[in-house]
Design a protein around this ligand. Structure first.
Ligand code: ADP
Ligand code: MG
Length: 348
């Protein structure tokens, strides 16, 4: 047995597919096919004097994700300003949520390849707006504000993940749930879901947690896996040779296959969070939550259990439901009279 193991908490940003942006009626367009700066309006450009209006469809869809993750939805939630400067954020602040997030205290059960299941606690999921996108070209940078103001859900787990495989299983399952709910298509290469692993290592004699690093904005599950493996090895070495680990925000260098330090971590105080004065609080009644719950479709776990019921092994069933299109294909094949186990083997 190794003396060390990784400790990982994930922060995941998922765009919520809606017709219009989070705080205005500006249309949301496809980030890849649309021409830059064709879906902008005074609100998403942060022009002075504009006022935000809450997109309630985005709120309800975010609540659906919270319910799918077994979260509680507190009776009151509130937006907050998170101030920082960056060229893709023209207002100088992002409207986010801070101490009154939309959903809290949930969990997701993940299936591992050895046939076991593990529960990963979800700390919170809060709503915010996406930023614009910088495009770096020779001699300068361009900014595209089409994405500015797109509804974004940030999902934060507890540090319950103890291997790259567990992080991968969590990311795959969450992506599947988002697909099933129609929140987004799960295409990480388009940036609709971006993952930031917070990584530390734990020695078998440790009682508390050690300093972590955070790897920003990964856009594939493969890089989540690789960055955790890399950081774990790097941190173990740093503790063993006496250097220790300093809290930092890192990036992933795909060409070299390693993490690189971007900056030493800012703290919550530096963002000067305060309640967004231009928006009302949202009161959530139990009746409203019940109505949202009725909108939930069959989710991957329920579908998996139904597949197990027709004679597929638990692990095979979890593979089949991991991608909604594959699951739909499987069900169509079964409905034509094919033998469940044979079709499952063939697909897998
Ligand atoms: P912040 O608000 O500064 O980003 P949080 O304490 O809220 O920091 O945690 C952010 C993420 O980092 C969460 O997913 C949490 O589980 C994870 N995390 C916190 N401490 C550690 C640690 N020592 N090792 C690994 N992950 C951690
Ligand atoms: Mg963070």
């Amino acid at each position: 047995m190794s003396e060390w193991m990784p400790v990982v908490g994930l922060e995941i940003h998922a765009e919520i597919l809606t017709k219009t942006k989070m705080f205005s009626n500006c249309p949301v367009v496809d980030s890849v096919s649309a021409l830059p700066n064709t879906a902008v309006d005074p609100v998403s450009l942060g022009l002075p004097g504009t006022l935000p209006v809450i997109n309630m469809e985005a709120v309800e869809r975010a609540m659906m994700v919270g319910l799918a993750l077994h979260c509680e939805i507190p009776p009151i939630n509130q937006f907050a300003r998170k101030s920082y400067f960056y060229p893709d954020l023209p207002k100088g602040y992002q409207i986010s949520q801070y101490d009154r997030p939309l959903t809290v205290r949930g969990y997701l059960d993940i299936d591992l390849s050895d046939g076991t299941t593990k529960r990963i606690r979800v700390r919170r999921a809060h709503l915010e707006e996406d930023t614009g996108k910088l495009i770096h070209i020779d001699g300068g940078s361009l900014v595209d504000f089409n994405r500015a103001g797109v509804p974004l859900l940030e999902i934060v787990t507890e540090p319950d993940i103890h291997s790259a495989e567990e992080a991968e299983a969590f990311a795959r399952k969450l992506r599947a749930i988002l697909q099933y709910l129609g929140i987004n298509d799960g295409d990480m290469s388009k940036g609709v879901m971006r993952i930031e692993p917070n990584i530390s290592v734990k020695h078998k004699d440790d009682t508390g947690l050690r300093t972590r690093t955070e790897v920003k904005n990964l856009n594939s599950i493969r890089t989540v896996y690789r960055s955790i493996e890399y950081e774990t090895a790097r941190q173990i070495k740093a503790w063993e040779n006496g250097d220790g680990v300093r809290q930092a925000t890192m990036g992933w260098d795909e060409a070299r296959g390693c993490t690189v330090i971007q900056r030493f971590k800012e703290s919550a105080e530096e963002y000067r969070y305060f309640p967004e004065p231009d928006l009302p609080i949202i009161e959530v009644s139990p009746e409203w939550v019940a109505r949202i719950r009725e909108r939930l479709p069959e989710l991957p776990d329920a579908k998996r259990d139904r597949f197990i019921g027709v004679g597929v092994t638990r692990y095979d069933a979890s593979v089949l439901v991991a991608d909604k299109l594959v699951a739909d294909y499987y069900e169509r094949a079964i409905s034509t009279g094919a033998t469940p186990k044979t079709v499952a083997n063939w697909i897998i």
